[in-house]
Design a protein. Structure first.
Length: 178
């Protein structure tokens, strides 16, 4: 019998001071049985950092040909491709051929090693790569409940998250910008 995903519901009061974007988002996220809480949270944060019309979560780990998050035009063209983790260079090369904007968000302890191995090849591609700090992602994971009301304020290279169980700050470093 296959394991079923765990469903999380987030109501977010989002203030993105970098983009002058303010909204209330209602997100339902399915955590794949093989996905860690931290990875799911980076998908969630990537969504908040890039929220725009037609941005949706894909089937993710259940469909390896799709990104974690994407925005498609009305005629099915991929406008934005967002991957979470440490994707293979071939996957990102493909993404740059099919999408207008490609972003990668890495986050765990092995992210620095991964980046040192792929940095030269990524420099040839039109892709934005951002790394979250692992300890801060873990701190946010400690605040997660299945249903949550959150306040997220994005300013500069960090996000301030307030939840019922506490607050935390997540910061990131741009490894490559396009």
């Amino acid at each position: 019998m296959a394991l079923k995903p765990t469903i999380y519901k987030f109501r977010i009061s989002l203030s993105d001071l970098n983009r002058d974007y303010y909204d209330t988002l209602n997100l339902t996220i399915a955590q794949h049985p093989s996905e860690t809480m931290e990875r799911m949270l980076i998908r969630f944060l990537a969504y908040c950092l890039n929220t725009q019309e037609r941005l949706t979560f894909s089937k993710g780990l259940s469909s390896p040909e799709e990104p974690d998050i994407w925005a498609q035009s009305l005629d099915g063209k991929i406008l934005t491709w967002i991957d979470v983790g440490e994707p293979a260079i071939d996957r990102i090369k493909k993404a740059t051929r099919v999408a207008s904007t490609v972003r990668v968000y890495c986050f765990n302890r092995k992210a620095e090693v991964w980046w040192s191995q792929v940095e030269d090849e990524f420099k040839r591609l039109q892709v934005t790569v951002t790394r979250f700090r692992w300890q801060e992602v873990q701190a946010m994971a400690a605040l997660v409940q299945r249903t949550m009301d959150l306040s997220i304020t994005i300013s500069g290279d960090s996000a301030y998250v307030a939840a019922e169980l506490g607050e935390c700050e997540l910061s990131w470093k741009s490894l490559q910008a396009c």
